[in-house]
Design a protein around this ligand. Structure first.
Ligand code: ACO
Length: 285
């Protein structure tokens, strides 16, 4: 019942301002009551929140951070992108602030305060002024259910540019390095489902396209992509590729169709490039 009460709470902050953006909020978020104002000001580096622009400016003048806290684990100079790994236990306040910000754009209940068991992977665009937050995903340090991503967000000004799929591809790159198969925590939002469908479809069809003799089991596909078997099967079904043949389920697709899907999308360039990922790092760094 409490989840329902939470979900139906009315939007309590109308707009948030951070960096050069002023953004309309989508949903309720449990900021402290005194900060539930029409227009909330955020420091884009610490994600601290303020009711007045003058207080934000005072904070900014004293604030020395020019990026998220934590360890930089990914840098793409050409695209001016980097990713920071932030430990929820070491940077509790930052991670709590990030969760509060994220809830403004997520309709289901998510964590806000118990951030210790999570890492947060924060994607930034960089320029001469510093690293500007674009989005993030959180990941449990230990997931008994095998989740490789808990919560994902692209901030609205950066949506629909491929960053969501970049973050998803990073989550699977981490799974590859851990030698584990993973899946996102459920439920997925509509936008989350769309993004995963698109990523899974692209990766699976790319793998089929590069397979020479056409002999590939779903288990092998899962081992090489680290996408869970169930997610592969549902993706193939969504794409209408699973056919019943002599009483068995087979995947049936023409080479032309694979080429059209994979080559036409231009999506590969926007995904995480494994060679630019420095992870895992020696502990304590
Ligand atoms: N309408 C229609 N399609 C959309 C929209 C939209 N508003 N937004 C994204 N898409 C499609 C894109 O066209 C793309 O599909 P394509 O590859 O077939 O072209 C696909 O979704 C992914 O697009 P990206 O640009 O890579 O993703 P984006 O950076 O916009 O981020 C995300 C997607 C993270 C889901 C974003 O919409 C978001 O933050 N939403 C609010 C929070 C949320 O719902 N998070 C997911 C919750 S589920 C979970 O956390 C496990």
């Amino acid at each position: 019942e409490s989840e329902h009460a939470e979900a139906t709470k009315i939007k309590n902050i109308q707009t948030v301002q951070f960096g050069r953006w002023e953004v309309d909020c989508w949903y309720y978020s449990p900021y402290p009551d005194e900060y539930c104002v029409d227009h909330l000001f955020l420091c884009e580096h610490t994600l601290r929140y303020f009711r007045r622009l003058s207080t934000l400016r005072k904070h900014e003048a004293a604030c020395e951070l020019r990026s998220p806290p934590g360890t930089e684990i990914y840098r793409d100079m050409e695209r001016s992108l980097c990713v920071f790994e932030v430990d929820g236990r070491e940077h509790k306040e930052y991670c709590q602030n990030l969760c509060l910000l994220a809830k403004l754009f997520l309709d289901h209940k998510t964590l806000y305060f118990d951030v210790d068991p999570f890492y947060f992977y924060v994607l930034c665009e960089t320029d001469e002024e510093g690293a500007h937050i674009v989005g993030y995903f959180s990941k449990e340090k230990h997931s008994p259910e095998g989740f490789n991503l808990s919560c994902i967000l692209t901030l609205p000004p950066y949506q629909r540019k491929g960053y969501g799929k970049f973050l998803i591809s990073l989550s699977y790159e981490l799974s590859k390095r851990e030698g584990k198969t993973g899946s996102p925590e459920r439920p997925l939002s509509d936008l989350g489902r769309l993004s995963y469908r698109s990523y899974w479809g692209f990766v699976i069809l790319s793998a089929l396209a590069s397979e020479e003799d056409g002999g590939l089991t779903i288990r092998e596909l899962s081992d090489s992509t680290r996408i869970r078997v169930e997610d592969i099967v549902s993706t193939l079904q969504d794409l209408g590729l699973v056919k019943l043949w002599k009483g068995q389920h087979v995947v049936s697709i023409s080479e032309g169709a694979i080429d059209r899907y994979v080559k036409g999308s231009g999506a590969a360039a926007l995904l995480c490039k494994p060679s630019l990922l420095a992870w895992p790092q020696a502990s304590g760094s």
